[in-house]
Design a protein around this ligand. Structure first.
Ligand code: ZN
Length: 81
């Protein structure tokens, strides 16, 4: 479940499509406890958090001891490749 927390300042980049065009919002996945908000277009958010959902499920099963912080870092660096 996605929750829009608010607007971002002009020039803020969407972490999914790396564009600052249009309205980039602060959005978090409300179903993740302790999840942090990301700057995303509304349309990109579904894709972004959908991808996280899949990768979290597979990552958790492979690395059950991985903390959320480490997991986030792994995910972010994978996404940047
Ligand atoms: Zn975007």
């Amino acid at each position: 479940m996605l929750r829009v927390l608010g607007e971002t300042p002009p020039g803020t980049f969407c972490i999914c499509c790396h564009s600052a065009e249009g309205r980039v919002l602060k959005i978090k996945d409300a179903s993740v406890i302790g999840g942090k908000p990301e700057t995303l277009h509304r349309d990109c958010a579904e894709r972004w958090f959908g991808a996280i959902e899949q990768s979290r499920t597979s990552t958790r099963s492979r690395y059950p001891g991985l903390s959320q912080d480490n997991w986030w870092r792994r995910h972010r660096s994978n996404a940047e490749k």
